[in-house]
Structure formats: C-alpha cells, structure tokens
Write a protein that binds this ligand. Structure first.
Ligand SMILES: NC(=O)c1ccc[n+]([C@@H]2O[C@H](COP(=O)([O-])OP(=O)(O)OC[C@H]3O[C@@H](n4cnc5c(N)ncnc54)[C@H](OP(=O)(O)O)[C@@H]3O)[C@@H](O)[C@H]2O)c1
Length: 358
C-alpha cells in the first residue's frame, strides 16, 4: 500500500475538484483527506493529502462524504494534540454525512443519505474529513427527511450529544415545568443545540456563557435568560441555593462541581464535556443530602437504539432554520485553520465542512 503525500496545494485543488465533480468510488485514483501522521514525541501532524482508495480498510459500507463538521476533538486531532487519534496514519474527522455507494447491509441501498457520529471515526478508524469513507454500518443513521445533508452534518456529534443528554435527563424524571434547566458551554456547538432542544420540549432554559456577546443568539435559540459563566467558576459551599431542576454540562471541572451544589432536591446533571477541565472538585453532600444524580454521556460508543432515539428528538424538536442561523460552512482545505478557534474556546455554534459538494 502506498501513501502518497501530495503537497497541500494539490490536495486543495483536489478538494475543489471534488466540490465541482463528485465522483463515485472506483472512478478516481485518489481522494482528498486530512491525514494525521506521527510527529515528535506524543504529538502528531495533520495535512490535507491525496490518498489512494487502498488507504481505506474494508469495513462494509462505502460512503461518499458530502459534509463533515468540526468538534473539539477534531480540533485536537488537526492540531497535533494527543488524546484523540489512537493510531497513525489516520484520517481525521469524528463525523460524516453522505451517500451510500455500496454496503454489505441490505438495508442501506446505494444513494441512501446517512450520517455517522463518533463510533471511533477519527479516533480508531479513518474518519469523515475526506471525500470517501469505509465504515461499519451498525452506527449509521438514515438522515431524517426534515434535514438536508448539510443540516445533518451541522447536528453531528454536537447535536447527537445534546439530544442524548436531554434523553438522559428526561429518563431520570425531568419534566417541563419542574424548574430551570442550566446549559453550560452555551456558545459552543453542543450547548446551542441543547438550548434549542430543551426549549422546544417546553423546558425553561438558562444559558451559561463566558461570552456576553453571544446572549442575543442564545436567547434566539430559546434560552429564557443568560448566566455569566464566572458565577460557576468560583469554588463555593458544597450545598448552595437550590436552583436547577436539571443541567446539561459541557464544561466539567469547577463548573460541574458548582452545578452539583445548586441542583434541586432529586435533580440531575448530564455531563459530557471537559471545556473547563477534567477534574471534579466536588463534595458528596449534594448526593447524600439532596439525592442529586450525575449522568455521564458518551456519544462515541452509544448503541444504535439510543442514536435513533436521539435523531428522532432532533427531527421532531430542532428547527432547521435555527440550526442554519448558528452554522457556518467552510471548505475542506480550511478545516485545520477553522478548528483553531475551538481549541481557544472561541468556537461559535457549528462549523460544517463541505467535502464534496452535497
Ligand atoms: N462525551 C461526549 O460524548 C462528548 C460529545 C461531544 C462533545 N464533548 C465534549 O463537550 C465539550 C463541548 O463540545 P462542543 O463540541 O460543544 O465544543 P465547543 O463548540 O468548542 O464549545 C465549548 C464551549 O465551552 C465553553 N467554554 C470554553 N472554555 C471554557 C472554560 N474554560 N470553562 C467553561 N466553559 C468553557 C465555551 O462556551 P461559552 O463561551 O458560551 O461559555 C465554548 O464555546 C468539549 O469538551 C467536548 O470535548 C463530549
């Protein structure tokens, strides 16, 4: 197997060509892909390359990728940070949306528009920042008819995770009218979709952001009020005023500890992120004196039944126009540059990567 490393200009040209003329698998000798290769020490280096079709392992379903998206994990992978890419060389991209070219799953006819989020893409398996992918069919979800391919990609891991978090809270007993539900990381991808989904389901949403300039957009998504993130960043007493009936947390660290100490009796927080850190400087008192719960969300390994349920919620409750208003579309060649903002906590809404036209 050869791994030709074309220079970035050639790869960008190929990305443009793929944009203009999407070509079925088998009719092109090589396709553009963001490839992560081993670098110095634990670091890696990512570049847009032309790779041969043989670069992909046969995992059962070939997808012509139309769109991918940028998540925090993609930013880490594209910028050489450890913790995401588990083997090299590896095509980056934890999300993809596109058309089935051929599949060993009879339920997936050629031309079916599918989306796949997590499931080891861009971590253990070649991912979605490429014109072609070869994936296992067991995590694939048919894109609901209410969404275009671009909108499904805008949802991506961020939207799947937000929906899983709300499913978990409602399974735990959260009902509309129970009290305010806090969303942290509200200005980011997952947080924004969580706000829209919670509001559409009838919950009162408080959006916590470190960026007051995001307030108008977050109110437009359905938040009823805005909380300054700084209020959650200071260590406080283990039992504080009972404020939140539930919470969706993208931050972790002291922010998550503060949420735990101000959940109402029997309330729960669905935690999936580490934007504020991986530590949890918390007390057991809210658990044993208020019966609160900490619900962990892992969108990568979640099974197909939960994925389908989450996409049903998204199709029912996420207004595509609201999603579009919080989405930016960028070309494949710009993925690495665009990802830099996510690493710095400056990401806003969702960034979709146009791979092959759609
Ligand atoms: N467990 C899973 O399956 C799963 C799935 C998806 C994502 N995640 C994780 O969830 C987190 C959010 O993902 P995302 O895609 O929504 O990322 P994102 O678009 O980059 O959003 C993260 C947001 O967190 C806030 N933030 C940044 N720095 C912070 C800090 N120091 N303290 C508190 N908040 C901070 C910012 O919003 P404001 O400026 O508005 O505060 C930022 O926009 C990431 O840590 C990601 O790795 C986990």
């Amino acid at each position: 197997m050869s791994h030709p490393a074309a220079d970035a200009a050639d790869a960008a040209d190929a990305a443009d060509a793929a944009d203009a003329h999407p070509t079925p698998a088998g009719e092109q000798a090589a396709f553009p892909a963001w490839v992560v290769r081993a670098g110095e020490g634990r670091r890696t280096a990512a570049a847009l390359e032309l790779v041969p079709l043989t670069f992909l392992e046969d995992r059962g379903t070939v997808v012509r990728v139309q769109f991918s998206s940028l998540n925090y994990k993609d930013a880490l992978a594209l910028h050489g940070r450890p913790g995401v890419v588990r083997r090299t060389p590896l095509i980056a991209g934890i999300d993809l949306t596109g058309e089935v070219v051929v599949s060993d799953d009879p339920a997936l006819a050629p031309g079916t528009l599918v989306t796949l989020d997590g499931a080891g893409l861009g971590e253990d398996h070649h991912g979605g920042l490429a014109a072609l992918a070869n994936v296992a069919s067991d995590g694939l979800v048919a894109v609901p008819a209410v969404f275009t391919a671009q909108q499904a990609a805008a949802i991506g891991t961020a939207g799947l995770t937000a929906a899983l978090a709300i499913d978990a809270l409602e399974d735990h007993g959260l009902v509309p009218g129970a009290g305010p539900v806090l969303v942290t990381g509200a200005g980011g991808g997952s947080g924004g979709i969580a706000i829209a989904l919670l509001a559409a389901a009838g919950h009162e949403v408080v959006a916590a952001t470190g960026r007051p300039q995001q307030a108008e957009r977050l109110l437009g998504l359905g938040a009823s009020s805005i909380l300054d993130r700084a209020e959650l960043e200071e260590p406080g007493r283990p039992l504080q005023r009972q404020r939140w009936a539930g919470a969706v947390d993208a931050a972790g660290g002291q922010v998550l500890a503060s949420i735990l100490s101000s959940l109402r009796e029997g309330g729960a927080v669905a935690a999936f992120g580490l934007a504020a850190g991986t530590d949890l400087p918390a007390s057991v008192l809210p658990f044993i004196l208020r019966g609160v719960s900490l619900l962990g969300i892992d969108s990568v390994r979640v099974g197909i039944a939960a994925r389908r349920r989450a996409w049903e919620r998204l199709a029912r409750d996420l207004d595509p126009a609201l999603l579009d208003a919080s989405t930016r579309v960028v070309p494949l060649a710009n993925a690495k540059d665009e990802a830099a903002a996510l690493l710095e906590g400056r990401g806003t809404g969702r960034v979709v990567v146009r791979v092959s036209g759609g």
